[in-house]
Design a protein around this ligand. Structure first.
Ligand SMILES: NC(=O)c1ccc[n+]([C@@H]2O[C@H](COP(=O)([O-])OP(=O)(O)OC[C@H]3O[C@@H](n4cnc5c(N)ncnc54)[C@H](OP(=O)(O)O)[C@@H]3O)[C@@H](O)[C@H]2O)c1
Length: 340
């Protein structure tokens, strides 16, 4: 016996990937519905070898449905997630709306699977920001061994993290650069993204950081350990899919690169590709469509006590969003919503 599952935002980047991953991982589904805005009524989306016709979220009654994967913006989530939750359906939400609510669990299964049990507080579980998810998967096993004091991270985030319109903007600008008179003005981003990098993701805060940078700090503390100090610089790069991160860590205890590599090789969700030669590392195009968080370039940082640097890459639509959400549902199924 399986679950009755709703995918909300099924026409979007994350929603489509959610449907792919539910099918790939053979999530026990008895019935599945694809929901989006009224504009997408009847739009066909794929679920394995089946085709689903998208329904209007505004008209949908979640009574009798077990799990709803939400992948729409925060404004629409604010309207529809509480409705679904109050109708008895467990919401697993990809927006940032509920991540910092102390009553709502924020879960990366490789790190804090047991937090799923607190879904009962509001019938909602939050999925973290894409850049946080892959980073905490890599940090957790190292933290367990040598206790992290401080993290300095710079991100190189793909445009799919902003949604489907941003992918179109990169594509059209890239073509336009080569055709005189067909240059495409920035619309989704404040500056040209093609052949450029933009050190600005989400809104600016009073201290000069951005909300994306703040999210990495707040979410790492909530998921992994509130004592960890973290500073981030988040940068948008002209890559379609796959977020990369240059991570520098200071530990309480010594940890050499060989041991860090061995620990990461055994850790759940991680693949180490670290050959210390040309091409012996992972780049974002190689992680597209994969489940793993890849770690490369592991090396000691002798400028601080017990320092280590590494490179971390993952498919932001998968581990950064849809895969993590489906893994949460798998944990929920095992621990809380047993069927059959
Ligand atoms: N992309 C990532 O890497 C990533 C990672 C983590 C979290 N997230 C979060 O996941 C969510 C979705 O992101 P995305 O990248 O998939 O965006 P997207 O490609 O722009 O897709 C947005 C989806 O939301 C639907 N939608 C928007 N407003 C709606 C409304 N009022 N009622 C019903 N459906 C509505 C759209 O339906 P229509 O097609 O009908 O407009 C579409 O299916 C966002 O909250 C985002 O912050 C994204």
């Amino acid at each position: 016996m399986g679950y009755r599952v709703a995918v909300v935002g099924a026409t979007g980047n994350v929603g489509k990937e959610m449907l792919n991953i539910l099918a790939e991982r053979e999530f026990p589904v008895d019935e599945i519905v694809a929901l989006a805005s009224r504009n997408s009524l009847g739009t066909e989306v794929s679920f394995g070898d089946k085709t689903l016709k998208t329904k209007d979220l505004a008209e949908f009654d979640f009574t009798g449905w077990d799990i709803a994967f939400f992948a729409i913006g925060s404004d629409a989530t604010k309207v529809y997630a509480p409705k679904a939750a109050s109708q008895g359906c467990v919401v697993i939400d990809n927006s940032s709306l509920y991540r910092y609510d102390p009553e709502i669990p924020l879960v990366v299964p490789e790190v804090n699977a047991e937090a799923v049990d607190n879904y009962k507080n509001k019938n909602i579980i939050a999925n973290p920001n894409c850049s946080t998810a892959q980073m905490v998967v890599a940090l957790k096993p190292l933290h367990d061994r040598a206790k992290i004091k401080r993290v300095v991270v710079a991100t190189y985030q793909s445009v799919s993290g902003t949604g489907k319109e941003a992918m179109d903007e990169l594509w059209n600008q890239t073509k336009g650069v080569f055709v005189p008179g067909q240059e495409v003005a920035p619309k989704v981003y404040p500056k040209q993204i093609a052949f450029n990098v933009i050190p600005h993701i989400d809104v600016f805060l009073d201290d000069g950081s951005t909300k994306e940078e703040w999210k990495m700090v707040a979410e790492t503390k909530k998921i992994l350990d509130k004592s960890i100090k973290l500073t981030a610089t988040c940068v948008r790069v002209p890559v379609f899919v796959g977020h990369s991160e240059a991570i520098n860590v200071e530990f309480e205890e010594p940890l050499d690169w060989q041991e860090a590599q061995a620990i990461l090789r055994e850790a759940p969700g991680i693949l180490v590709v670290d050959k210390r030669e040309a091409g012996g590392y992972i780049t974002p195009v190689e992680c597209v469509g994969e489940y793993a968080t890849y770690v490369s370039r592991i090396r000691e940082d002798s400028t601080v006590e017990n320092g280590l640097s590494f490179w971390c890459v993952s498919d932001n639509l998968r581990k950064g969003a849809a895969l993590n959400a489906v893994q949460i549902a798998e944990v929920l199924g095992k621990r809380c919503l047993k069927k059959g």
